[in-house]
Ligand binder design. Structure first.
Ligand SMILES: [Zn+2]
Ligand SMILES: [Zn+2]
Length: 405
């Protein structure tokens, strides 16, 4: 059987399962569950995979809502990753119901390729993308070490085969001062809120002199108790993001110095804690991205390799992409004005366009599995790119020589 025929067969099979997949997606959407609480979604997804002949390992990496489903034997081990967590108050406003359904749909459809050419297809359930960076925990616990390839498709507002995602780490800050009557004895007090405000001012100054792709942002979570008491305690939460880990480390030190300076100036005591979870930047495998784009285009969609207009954020898929050749593609389900993490995007995730996008992405993922399993050359090109010392990226914004103006 030709590769083309196998792909056609897969497309037809997915058309035949259209209703089943849409129902699964709608069911997850109407039962939104937060990170690490995705019990129903996990049951439905693993149930679907089991019914379709996959062997299941539930609760992998000591995470009750993580799972690994596999079909086939031996290498290559191609994994499609599923996310299924929702957002507080907004439900599935990131459309993870689509990601999950694409993963199980493409996994099941890929069985045809495995039966024909060998190898293994895996669907890995990765919980808590939004709130806790589930894949980072899973990566630390070895979930992806043995794999050859990992792929995921996220809904968005453009069809793009790659993702630009920044390295990122969260910082918790507390200042401890001394309470006093703000009018009767201000000279007795040490103002922990002023320390926090000075830190913001210092960070605002720093922001003028950082690379344009880096980001520093924060909030105050405790600013004192009453206007007539000198605040004895203040607290805040900050996020530092950068294009690569080296620059992130450099920036983290500079940001921390802003707090140390404010502590010195005010006499407040500083306590800080960097989050253990550090998001790595996305390393896009362009060979893999091109394959996925070609398969999407064969379905009549127009896909760009990179979206230079794309907003910067961070994803735990970045950490997976540092370990094995990976893609994190986007499929358009809404107009460009629609913001991800908005009620409008939540509606798009169950719209006709959302379902069509989901089905196309599912087909393209399964077709890409065919390419990888049927052709050892393609697979080795993907790996060669991953192993090349050039840390490829389609995004060259940082390395462009600065214009003199
Ligand atoms: Zn999100
Ligand atoms: Zn998301």
């Amino acid at each position: 059987m030709e590769i083309k025929e196998l792909k056609d067969l897969i497309v037809n099979e997915l058309e035949a399962h259209h209703n089943q997949l849409s129902e699964l997606s709608l069911k997850i959407h109407s039962n939104p569950e937060l990170g690490f609480q995705e019990v129903k979604a996990t049951d439905w997804l693993t149930g679907y995979l089991e019914e379709n002949g996959f062997s299941l390992e539930r609760g992998i990496c000591k995470l009750p809502t993580a799972f690994k489903a596999s079909y086939g034997k031996g290498r290559p081990l191609i994994a499609i990753l599923a996310e299924y967590d929702a957002l507080p108050n907004l439900g599935h406003a990131c459309g993870h119901n689509i990601i999950a359904t694409c993963a199980v749909g493409a996994g099941v459809a890929s069985k045809l390729a495995v039966d024909k050419f060998g190898g293994s297809i895996l669907v890995i359930g990765t919980p808590a993308e939004e709130l806790y960076g589930g894949k980072i925990i899973m990566a630390d616990r070895g979930a992806f070490n043995d794999l050859d390839i990992a792929m995921i498709v996220h809904p968005g507002t453009r069809d793009t085969a790659t993702t630009e995602a920044l390295a990122c780490q969260t910082l918790d800050i507390e200042f401890f001062g001394k309470a006093a009557h703000a009018a009767a004895g201000p000279e007795q007090g040490i103002n922990a809120l002023e320390a926090m405000l000075q830190s913001f001012t210092a960070i605002n100054s720093l922001r003028q002199h950082i690379k344009s792709t880096a980001r520093i942002h924060g909030i105050i979570t405790d600013g004192g108790e009453a206007a007539n008491i000198v605040p004895a305690h203040s607290a805040g939460n900050f996020i530092v993001r950068a294009m690569d880990i080296d620059y992130l480390d450099e920036l983290k030190e500079k940001v921390l110095n802003c707090f140390i300076g404010a502590a010195t100036a005010t006499g407040a005591q500083l306590k800080y804690k960097w989050d253990e979870v550090c998001y790595a930047p996305m390393r896009n495998n362009l060979t893999l991205a091109r394959l996925f784009a070609e398969n999407m285009e064969s379905l009549g969609r127009s896909v760009s390799l990179a979206d230079t207009e794309q907003a910067f954020a961070s994803t735990d898929m970045g950490n997976v992409s540092q370990l094995i050749p990976s893609i994190h593609a986007f499929v358009a389900i809404a107009d460009e004005e629609v913001q991800v993490h908005s009620p409008e995007f939540a509606s798009a995730a169950i719209s006709g366009r959302g379902i069509k996008g989901m089905l196309d992405a599912t087909k393209a993922l399964a077709m890409t599995v065919v390419d990888l399993i049927a052709s050892p050359e393609i697979l080795s090109r993907v790996k060669e790119e991953f192993n090349s010392p050039l840390k490829n990226s389609v995004f060259q914004r940082e390395s462009k020589p600065g214009k003199e103006e």
